[in-house]
Write a protein that binds this ligand. Sequence first.
Ligand SMILES: *Cc1c(COP(=O)(O)O)cnc(C)c1O
Length: 506
Amino acid sequence: MLDRPAINPEETPETFTGNRGLDQEEPLLFEIGRLETTGVDVDEAPDVAPRLGGLERKGPIGLPGLSEPETMRHYVRLSRRNYSIDAGLYPLGSCTMKHNPRLNEKMARLDGFADIHPLQPVSTAQGALALMEELAHWLMTLTNTHAIALSPKAGAHGELCGMMAIKSAIAARGEGASRNVVLIPQSAHGTNPATAALLGFSVRVVPAAADGTVRAEAVRTALGPDVAAIMLTNPNTCGLFEREIVEIAEAAHEAGAYFYCDGANFNAIAGVARPGDFGVDAMHINLHKTFSTPHGGGGPGAGPVVLSERLAPFAPVPFIRRAGDRLELVEHAEGTQSFGRMTAFHGQMGMFVRALAYLLAHGADGVAQASKDAVLSANYVRAALRDVMTPPFGDQLCMHEVLFDDAWLKGTGVSTLDFAKAMIDEGYHPMTMYFPLVVHGAMLIEPTESESKAALDLFIATLRDLARSAQEGDTQRFTQAPRLAPRRRVDETLAARKPVLRWRAA
Ligand SMILES: *Cc1c(COP(=O)(O)O)cnc(C)c1O
């Protein structure tokens, strides 16, 4: 490894402009914008009598404006502060920050896909419907399920959709009043209990076993005639495969409950195992995770939900139906058991194009290869760090993400948060921290299949160097971090407790 030169804050001088090298300071739009300025020329509005029933604006709106070049610079400078998967490794566990192939972007920009409008006649959008049908076919085949709702616009939205289908199915059985509990393992993502609560269910927590997985026995104990569903993630958020998943599904079904699977971690098993074979009744698929569509800042999410045969009749509208050689979009739920509609239109068309481009470029064998490589990458990182960091559940193989706790930091004066901040100084976006909650000071690393061995080796060497510093008592490297980021530590507690959501002139 290279010798790391010591950083002396005294040697990074203040500058007149506040800029550092070519890294420019950027004020808020409200601070630099001018009320009388605009980047576009618009004609003076003609003098017409308003027809807004007296609700028209009485004064100027007061939004600051900039010229076009000033606007460009403002947003380009801000965008340079944005860490992205295009800039570097982004090891955010459970979020699958993988490369977004540029072929996807090229396909999404084809006029026929980019310029269609959700209100144009279906007869003029047959190609788009065919694309959606093809994507639906891929997703149902990969999961071995019977129906799909493409419209949900994020993973959490997909959870809501799947659980609404379950709620409708239970109501159709006449058990709407009596089945009002959802079982959720301790290690679940926060969106799972939030979804259940939003739909009026109460949550019963299933404890995890000492090895980080859920036991069928624990599920059986928690099941009862009041249980509507279990929501389980597989692989779970500890990065481990739930080995008793089939038994858990059978137990839930025997007790009259449905099995909702959180599919956010599908990247570990896509093309290798089919959730339908585990007994899953509903599962959301994050196109912005497993299927490489932009994620976070870069684009809207898309969370299609696949449904088992038992839940298929309750799928939301709209859905695609074949009528002879035409495709039609079924828009109305009347006369069916469909629970209704999740969104105004049919979902995130641009993301459907990107996800299908990814699938067609990879093929079924390529999807399986990507999953296997993702698991290999995570285990490579695990094997390279297990002697310095502590895996909470012993030395077992992981799936697509590797979890460490903070036991190895004990007595060093360095916390998981400090460690993450020091990673920023080294040019890495930190891993997922303090999640899952079942593990103390959790650090969840998901390298994904798109990193080269060289990139993983540098990442590993960096973490080992940081670990050595922590062990040797160089606490400053952590507690003072980040030293090199545009902002040092912000008061996160104050920001959460007293968020300032409106700009006011000083
Ligand atoms: C990402 C994720 C979700 C939610 O997906 P969003 O698209 O962010 O709403 C749910 N569960 C798990 C395990 C996740 O990783």
